[in-house]
Design a protein around this ligand. Structure first.
Ligand code: SF4
Ligand code: SF4
Ligand code: SF4
Length: 164
């Protein structure tokens, strides 16, 4: 994991695991973690609000306090830690509807930075849906209506000209 990871997705990943692992004996763990996961999914889909961050924190503390075993007591920790250290990233997701890591596909807008593009055409050759326009020495441009946000061009551009 490095600084290109989305912290909201990371929290969601861990919560998916604990939701699966909960034995269901106590309600806060069985139901509360599911509600937390729904909130995180909403945020990653670009439908979150600032109130959701507050709800996550409240639910997390209640689940930790009311669960009877270590799983429920620790399940909300990744959410609490990521909010504590990366609150600004959560706020970007809910207020600006932006995922800088481009992991939340519903919000991602992948663009080519014209000042960095060397017109090599590599991204165009690899785009599975023909969403990249331009010929010869022209700077390439992504057609946002066609782009399915697969992320292939991000990894193929040798000049790091593609981002958000
Ligand atoms: S806290 Fe432990 S005992 Fe309670 S539901 Fe979760 S896994 Fe089961
Ligand atoms: S791969 Fe990069 S440099 Fe080459 S055309 Fe695409 S954006 Fe431009
Ligand atoms: S993200 Fe995928 S679909 Fe969109 S322009 Fe890049 S390669 Fe094409």
């Amino acid at each position: 994991m490095d600084d290109t990871k989305c912290m909201v997705c990371l929290a969601k990943f861990y919560l998916e695991f604990t939701v699966d692992e909960s034995c269901g004996k106590c309600t806060p763990c069985r139901i509360g973690t599911k509600r937390m996961l729904e909130i995180l999914e909403r945020i990653c889909n670009g439908e979150g609000s600032e109130l959701d961050i507050y709800k996550l924190e409240k639910l997390a503390i209640n689940i930790k306090n009311a669960s009877i075993c270590g799983l429920g007591q620790s399940a909300p920790n990744p959410v609490l830690s990521t909010i504590k250290y990366f609150r600004e990233e959560y706020r970007q997701h809910v207020l600006e509807k932006e995922c800088k890591a481009l992991e939340c596909k519903a919000m991602a807008k992948i663009t080519i930075h014209p000042e960095k593009c060397k017109a090599c055409g590599l991204c165009q050759k690899n785009c599975p849906v023909g969403a990249i326009k331009g010929e010869g020495r022209e700077t390439r441009v992504i057609d946002q209506d066609k782009c399915i946000k697969c992320g292939t061009c991000l990894t193929t551009c040798p000049f790091k000209a593609i981002g958000n």
